[in-house]
Design a protein around this ligand. Structure first.
Ligand code: 3HC
Ligand code: NAI
Length: 706
């Protein structure tokens, strides 16, 4: 594209003596090559045209600018580069105003900071979220932001990646003027005219002086460096952000920009950036399903929840938080009172921490209703069952729902493992039955597995995705099988971990290796947190169908037989003395493990942390491949999103299937074949993995993402 011509994505219009430059690049006005070229051309034209006294930059649609075009990362760079465009905007000899009416994120905010004046409407969202993509602001953001708002505030924005509202941004000095609700272009034009009338000069952020007090800035940077080193847990870009801001304090502007560029490119090249960008697109892809493309969701205004235990209460809170009224059903008055207390406890906690007012708590709880009679669900649009994990109990609940719910009500189960096809078939309206598998704590965990039984109507699936959006969950479509996507795969890598434990690795070493890989906790800490009784019940249920030739490690059973279910019983794999939430290793558990090794006739051997992770990941990836081949997950990316949002998989590695691609599928397959020499039954390579290796393909090729 020639640099002088306007183009389709950057429109120009003369409004009196102001050149209005509108970015129109749906869906979020990302700064792709055409936009960059269009902006550059517009500024050049403005400088050259005597009829132009000032420039107004605005965004079309709901967004000002959503940032750099993330799809371009990892591809050969296309000119002009964004930092050059920003510098050119800043160098414009006529005042440039940015009118921000929606998200101005990353490169979008950097464009605004390169402008000379900024006006924001109430819906503006300003942020530098690059850190969430493994990056740092790379178009002057690390240099201009601190000059405008000081190092401390700039670092807080860049290290958290959070979005600031217009009022906060104004208070901070990130924007100059707050406009009221209305047309952003009119507001921007009025502001530009006002500036012209005042004879306001070109005012460049590079010359702003918030960094004058060097001692205070250096102290803020040191504090951020210490905090970041402690908290960023293996992440690459946060410390680079601190380094870049240090440069803003120590170096002249252009040298600071050069440092920022160098650090940005290092981040761009890192596998973490690739993992995080994969996670970004995977989440958005996972939120689409064939049914959301083909059907309209049913309206959802009233929610029913059956069961007020751990999950029912968490689900109720999640719905209440989204502004929905909730009717909870329990077995009797006592259980209902407990259910209400479980819900209220969450809000009481927020009030105690000063994060919610008493009035707000009362207003939320006013939307909660409870009953022991199912008829209270007569007008519910969607009911979520979260009673005991027992097919007969659930069938009895569904029979009641079938009796009382209005036609077209969506009937959902939160079962972790049970056969939803069978549950659906037990009532007269299987087309309305779906799985909504929340994760504990349900009001916090982002993942929602939407489990799609054979008979369900497509618009019920679309309704489930719409509910996920309302609840701000990350949905993943899953098929029916024992454990769906996540718990099915979990069961397999837990077996691999248990086998290593019996073969010589301690549960504490395994947990540590898994944490060092980037998970917040290891499998045995997780089991202690969730309660060992849940897995025990599942193992007992599966015992009759277990392959008699399969290796079965009994250590977990020995713990459960003693009533050691984890945190709630004060001990599990770890000891939780005096109600402690962090456990300490338990010599008695070591002794039980030793005894079990002896019983199984195993001579213990040592494992390196790397060996542990190779087996752990190979088991996860292999079962992930089966889940994809069976269409339990539509694509590998659905497995990735499930693990990142439901199982603590380190986001910067993208997910297990992305990780497999990073390591290389031939390597993963070779590992599995090597492990198979010890246990050929467990380590059977998934046919899909073998096929991909034979074709020289990877999991990404099955994702069909952009
Ligand atoms: N580049 C390319 N595509 C983008 C994009 C971007 N920066 N931001 C969003 N998209 C795409 C999404 O993939 C999605 O595509 P799809 O419809 O095909 O799935 C579509 O735009 C809509 O996105 P959302 O579903 O997220 O829409 P919302 O309305 O919910 O949110 C948003 C809009 C707040 C802008 C959100 O998309 C967002 O947070 N985007 C990322 C912002 C970001 O991280 N910007 C920084 C980029 S890095 C950078 O700028 C580097 C610079 O410093 C040099
Ligand atoms: P829980 O034991 O804490 O709560 C179950 C509640 O259901 C109890 O309050 C009980 O009184 C009530 N209940 C039982 N029968 C009932 C009936 N007929 N009518 C009305 N209420 C009835 O159990 P939890 O942990 O909340 O699990 C519920 C469901 O959620 C199970 O299917 C479980 O597999 C699933 N799940 C659990 C997760 C967890 O981490 N706890 C995670 C994801 C799903």
């Amino acid at each position: 594209m020639s640099s002088g011509a306007p183009n389709a994505v950057v429109r120009r219009a003369q409004r009196g003596d102001i050149l209005l430059v509108t970015i129109d690049n749906p869906p979020v006005n990302a700064l792709g090559a055409d936009v960059r070229a269009g902006l550059l051309a517009a500024i050049e034209a403005a400088d050259a045209d005597p009829a132009v006294a000032a420039v107004l930059i605005a965004g079309s649609g709901r967004t000002f600018i959503g940032g750099a075009d993330i799809r371009e990362f990892g591809k050969p760079p296309l000119p002009p580069a964004l930092p050059d465009v920003c510098n050119r905007i800043e160098a414009c000899t006529k005042p440039v105003v940015a009118a921000i009416h929606g998200p101005a994120l990353g490169g979008g905010l950097e464009v605004a900071l390169a402008a000379h004046y900024r006006i924001a409407l109430p819906a503006a969202k300003l942020g530098l979220p690059e850190v969430q993509l493994g990056l740092l602001p790379g178009a002057g953001g690390t240099q201009r932001t601190p000059r405008l708002v000081g190092a401390a505030a700039a670092l807080e924005m860049m290290l958290s990646g959070r979005h600031l509202g217009a009022a906060e941004a104004h208070k901070l000095g990130l924007i100059d003027r707050l406009a009221s609700e209305g047309d952003p272009i009119e507001a921007g034009l009025a502001y530009a005219r006002e500036l012209l009338a005042q004879g306001a000069p070109v005012r460049r952020t590079r010359d702003a002086n918030a960094l004058q007090d060097r001692a205070a800035q250096t102290a803020a940077i040191e504090a951020a460096r210490l905090e970041t080193a402690k908290k960023s847990r293996g992440l690459f870009s946060p410390l680079k952000i601190v380094e870049a801001v240090q440069g803003a304090v120590d170096l002249p502007f252009d040298e600071g920009l050069a440092l920022e560029r160098k650090l940005f490119l290092a981040c761009l090249d890192s596998p973490q950036r690739a993992g995080l960008v994969h996670a970004f697109f995977a989440e958005r892809e996972a939120a689409k399903s064939p049914e959301t493309q083909s059907s309209q969701p049913r309206p959802i205004a009233r929610i029913g929840v059956v069961g007020g235990g751990t999950m029912g209460a968490g689900i109720a809170v999640s719905c209440l938080d989204a502004g929905l009224p909730v009717t909870m059903i329990e077995r009797d008055d006592e259980a209902l009172a407990r259910g209400r207390a479980n819900v209220d406890k969450v809000y009481a906690g927020l009030v105690a921490k000063g994060r919610m007012t008493e009035d707000a708590r009362a207003a939320v709880m006013a939307r909660w209703n409870g009953s022991t009679a199912y008829d209270a669900l007569a007008d519910a649009d969607l009911v979520i069952e979260a009673v005991f994990e027992d097919m007969d109990v659930k069938k009895a609940v569904f029979a009641q729902l079938d009796r009382v719910c209005k036609p077209g009500a969506v009937l959902a189960t939160n079962t972790s493992y049970l056969d939803i096809d069978a549950l659906a078939a037990s009532i007269a309206r299987p087309q309305d039955v779906i799985g909504l598998h929340f994760f504990s704590p349900a009001n916090i965990m982002k993942l929602l597995e939407i489990v799609v039984p054979a008979e369900v109507a497509p618009d019920v699936v679309a309704t489930a995705f719409a509910l996920a959006k309302k609840l701000r969950k990350t949905p993943v479509r899953a098929g029916v099988c024992d454990g769906f996507i996540g718990n099915r795969i979990l069961a397999v890598y837990r077996q691999a971990a248990d086998a290593m434990m019996e073969d010589g690795a301690s549960p504490y070493q395994i947990d540590k290796a898994v944490r060092d890989f980037g998970f917040p906790m290891g499998p045995y800490q997780m089991s202690d947190l969730a309660g060992g009784d849940i897995g025990w019940a599942t193992r007992k249920r599966r015992a009759p169908t277990r392959d008699p030739r399969a290796r079965y490690v009994q250590i977990a059973d020995r713990l459960c037989e003693r009533g050691w279910f984890g945190q709630k019983t004060g001990r599990g794999y770890y000891l939780y003395e005096g109600g402690a939430r962090t456990g300490t290793p338990d010599p008695e558990v070591d002794a039980i493990v030793d005894a079990e090794r002896e019983r199984a006739g195993v001579t213990p051997r040592s494992f390196t942390d790397e060996e542990i992770m190779r087996r752990y990941m190979a088991a996860m990836i292999n079962e992930g491949a089966r889940v994809v081949a069976e269409k339990i997950a539509l694509r590998p990316l659905d497995v990735d999103v499930t693990f990142v949002h439901g199982y603590g998989f380190p986001r910067y590695r993208g997910g297990p299937m992305k990780y497999a691609d990073t390591v290389g599928l031939p390597q993963v397959l070779a590992d599995i074949r090597a492990f198979a020499k010890e246990d050929p039954l467990f380590w059977q390579p998934a046919p899909l993995l073998v096929e991909l290796v034979e074709r020289g393909a990877d999991f990404a090729s099955l994702n069909q993402t952009k």
